[in-house]
Design a protein around this ligand. Structure first.
Ligand code: TXA
Ligand code: MG
Length: 341
């Protein structure tokens, strides 16, 4: 693909320069690709109603056309024309969690192009909780489709630098507003039937959704692939081979040390992902910590950046500790499992 000029603009979340936001909104209206921050990860945005612009997203990312996109809107009311029905439970979840890292899959209207949904009769919608993302939607006066702004199957970007590393020369504009606060993608929930099905674990903990409705389950692998054709197992992956060690406590540490030594003897460069508490146990190796193991929100925020760092340092093998499978720890474990498959 031919290289294009990528314009980088800095917009501070707390001090938004409206003229820059207008320029970015105008670019979306002209069918251009604009990478922008959300609270989860950076998205690669385009006009959700413009087929040519949507095709460019798939090309820039190298993403297969059978992987549907999320439509980003400014508020719940904007969903009315995009979906056939807004089930009562969806309305309730939207009132509680929008704007925020919750994506809901609903029956689509004809307004949504087939390209967005890969031919499915449903569309995934969310209202992002980030002033720059919301400002861009407002200024463009369009719903915006935005997959994560990384090359297909690569680790999602949590900073503008990550976006540049993957997409410079392939997109028209990148808005830099610093690091994202949640750090993993939104939770995707199919609300078209009961029980509701979580298709992707993410930024809103399942436990929070369960406080609102008991009729919700986490979809199994078969359902995920069936309902969400793009949910390939190998995903969110660094370039290095990743090994997730599932044992706990002292066993986990011993196994990681043994694995790391044997790979090192075999001439491989090894990186380790650990909690802050444990990181000094591995000080003989290159180790990156995600923060205190108890603070899973913080660990989720740091996960992708640390994986990318180990890639940049040219590790052949990344060996990761496991994290508690509760709250945002579920999303962390989901991404580590996929990266290690
Ligand atoms: O946090 C996020 O959701 C980020 C930011 C930029 O908003 N976006 C994001 O998009 O992660 P993407 O394209 O990387 O992931 C979208 C996920 C895919 O797993 C896709 O299969 C699923 O949403 N999806 C989209 N439309 C769907 C539909 N109609 N039915 C089921 N799953 C759908
Ligand atoms: Mg993605």
């Amino acid at each position: 693909m031919e290289n294009i000029h990528t314009k980088i603009i800095k917009i501070e979340s707390e001090n938004i320069d409206l003229s820059q936001l207008r320029e970015a909104g105008q670019a979306i209206r002209e069918g251009k690709l604009v990478a922008f921050p959300t609270e989860t990860v950076y998205g690669l945005g385009a006009d959700a109603l413009n087929d040519d612009a949507i095709v460019k997203i798939f090309k820039a990312k190298g993403r297969p056309f059978n992987d549907p996109l999320i439509v980003h809107i400014g508020c719940l009311e904007e969903a009315e024309v995009l979906v056939e029905e807004l089930p009562a439970v969806a309305r309730k979840l939207a009132q509680l969690f929008w704007p925020g890292p919750l994506t809901m899959v609903m029956k689509k209207t004809k307004i949504i192009p087939e390209l967005v949904t890969s031919g499915l009769d449903t569309v995934a919608i969310r209202v992002p909780n980030h002033p720059v993302a919301l400002g861009l939607i407002r200024e463009s006066r369009r719903p915006i489709v935005a997959p994560s702004a990384n090359l297909f199957s690569h680790t999602s970007p949590t900073s503008a630098q990550h976006v540049m590393d993957d997409l410079i020369g392939k997109v028209d504009m990148i808005i830099d507003s610093g690091q994202t606060t949640i750090g993993v993608e939104s939770t995707v929930v199919d609300v078209t039937a009961l029980p509701l099905r979580v298709l992707r674990l993410g930024g809103i903990a399942v436990e929070k959704l369960q406080q609102v409705t008991k009729t919700i389950i986490v979809a199994n692998k078969y359902e995920k692939i069936n309902k969400s054709p793009g949910m390939l197992k190998k995903h969110y992956a660094p370039r290095a081979k990743l090994i997730l060690v599932e044992e706990k406590n002292a066993d986990m540490i011993r196994i990681i040390l043994n694995l790391a030594s044997s790979y090192r003897i075999a001439g491989k460069k090894v990186g380790i992902i650990a909690s802050r508490e444990n990181s000094e146990k591995y000080s003989d190796f290159l180790v990156k910590n995600l923060g205190e193991a108890e603070d899973l929100d913080n660990c989720a925020r740091n996960l992708y950046a640390q994986l990318r760092l180990l890639d940049e340092l040219k590790c052949d093998i990344i060996i990761s500790e496991n994290f508690a499978n509760i709250g945002l720890g579920r999303a962390i474990m989901d991404r580590l499992h996929r990266a290690s498959s």
